[in-house]
Ligand binder design. Structure first.
Ligand code: ADP
Length: 468
């Protein structure tokens, strides 16, 4: 049983159950209809005998020409007993016979031999192997007194119909069982087909490692479709995380290749011959710069990948965003890079549920970019306000701005706008700042937008729904 397929097990279970139910139904039907038919035949027996009794008359004298055709005449007591042609001596298996007071048969067929003892009551008489219902009634009237009408019927007379039903059912039962088995099998096969598909898809992914494959079940909302959906979502997540992993490795190797090549080239070149201390110092400075770049890249990448796995978002708490932004603005204002002035316009008492570290990182990144791409003696405006169930935090600068065709690309990992076009701004970043900002915004259920014009400045806006 253990080794049978689920399909066969379900079919067997259902078919057995149906056969048992049908068999019980048949048995109950036979029992009930058997007893109904028995009591019915007794009633028929009494009625027939009593009706027949009314069809018997006595005539002391009757001329031959007065006799009615079809009627029976029996000589009795010097006259005639007339048995009307409506008298039914055999009807529906019920035999009615006329006996004289001594019990001798006068008319009809006597089925049972036993003497007549009981009147006006149906009794059961067993003769040989058969059981009969017998009903006797005494006739009354002139010269009829003492005559007895005896009706007899076999217990099974009425049951021939039942036996026919029984044999039909016997034929029908295997047929019904067959339909149940075929139907059950088809239903089980149909319901389990998607599961087979799921197994095949999982197998195909396992064999070929193709995570882009999905289970196609078509429309439907049953449990199996839900299961397939869950699997598809899981495959989707797996595919994304594998893709991210692959992208991460390729990105990081790509990003590290340049500084590593510079470090190697610089070292080889410097080591080719004896150098003055100044030359060594210069070479070491180049190497240090590249090493720092590699450090930043690796650190940023690690933060980024941790963000991807949302492990850093474990610490969601209610924080006072107004206080946080105020502190950051005060702190960043002291940088005074390029003589840029940092202005704050912060609405008080705005609270959000957030990871303080990540929000801090997001704001610092935006302010750092505003400094980096800002003009000498420029301005940075940090504004926080809550309106229409939304919290808006914007960081605007009047710096180099971003060309319209670059606006979409700045969110891509490692994407950096060509600095030669942005008036040669010195860029120490690695192109991970904005993708990280975007990721942090999304992790908090918010979004980040940008408005910018080349040469006029940029405005980055973080929008987050406000909870009541
Ligand atoms: P990076 O490390 O290069 O700053 P980011 O992801 O932070 O990387 O930014 C991507 C690019 O978007 C930058 O190279 C820069 O060209 C552009 N950018 C970001 N912020 C600003 C800004 N405030 N003004 C002008 N350009 C910006």
């Amino acid at each position: 049983m253990k080794h049978l397929s689920l399909k066969i097990k379900i079919t067997l279970w259902f078919s057995t159950l149906i056969i048992i139910i049908v068999a019980i139904m048949f048995a109950l039907m036979f029992m009930i209809s058997g007893s109904v038919l028995k009591s019915d035949i007794k009633e028929q027996l009494v009625t027939l005998v009593e009706t027949n009794a009314e069809e018997i008359e006595y005539y002391s004298n009757i001329e031959t020409e007065e006799r009615e055709k079809g009627d029976q005449y029996i000589q009795y007591n010097g006259g005639y007993i007339e048995i009307d042609d409506d008298f039914l001596d055999q009807f529906n298996g019920i035999y009615t016979a006329l006996h004289d007071p001594q019990g001798e048969l006068l008319y009809g067929e006597s089925v049972v031999e036993s003497p007549i003892t009981t009147f006006d009551k149906v009794e059961t008489v067993t003769e040989g192997r058969e059981k009969y219902f017998v009903y006797c009634c005494e006739l009354s009237g002139k010269n009829l007194d003492g005559l007895v009408l005896r009706g007899t019927v076999s217990e099974y007379a009425n049951l021939t119909l039942l036996s026919r039903i029984m044999s039909l059912s016997m034929l029908l039962l295997p047929f019904l069982a067959l339909i149940a088995i075929i139907g059950g099998y088809r239903i089980a096969q149909r319901s389990l087909k998607p599961i087979v598909k799921i197994a095949q898809a999982a197998e195909a992914i396992n064999d070929g490692g193709d995570l882009s494959k999905r289970i196609e079940l078509g429309d439907g909302g049953d449990e199996v479709h839900m299961l397939a959906d869950t699997f598809n979502k899981m495959f989707g997540r797996l595919e994304k995380s594998f893709e991210d992993e692959r992208q991460f490795t390729s990105d990081i190797s790509h990003e590290l290749r340049t500084p590593v090549t510079v470090v190697l080239a610089q070292s080889e070149l410097t080591l080719e011959q004896e150098r003055t201390p100044q030359e060594y110092k210069k070479a070491l400075e180049v190497i240090k710069r590249q090493a720092l770049r590699m450090k930043t890249t690796v650190e940023e990448m690690l933060t980024f990948s941790r963000l991807d796995r949302m492990t850093e978002l474990a610490d969601i708490k209610k924080i006072n965003l107004s206080e946080l932004v105020k502190e950051l603005v005060e702190e960043q204002a002291t940088i005074k890079k390029k003589d840029i002035t940092l202005h704050g316009d912060i609405q008080s008492n705005i609270y959000i549920d957030a990871d303080r570290h990540l929000i801090e990182r997001m704001i610092t990144n935006l302010i750092a970019n505003a400094y980096r791409y800002g003009n000498e003696n420029g301005n940075i405006y940090v504004k926080l306000k809550a309106e229409k169930q939304q919290i808006c935090l914007s960081v605007a600068d009047d710096g180099v701005g971003i060309a319209e065709n670059e606006l979409d690309k700045i969110w891509n990992r490692f994407y950096q706008v060509d600095t030669s076009r942005t008036s040669g701004q010195k860029n120490n970043g690695v192109g991970l700042g904005l993708p990280m900002v975007q990721r942090i915004a999304a992790l908090h259920g918010g979004k980040i937008e940008v408005e910018s014009k080349l040469g006029e400045g940029s405005r980055f806006i973080f929008i987050m729904p406000q909870k009541n």
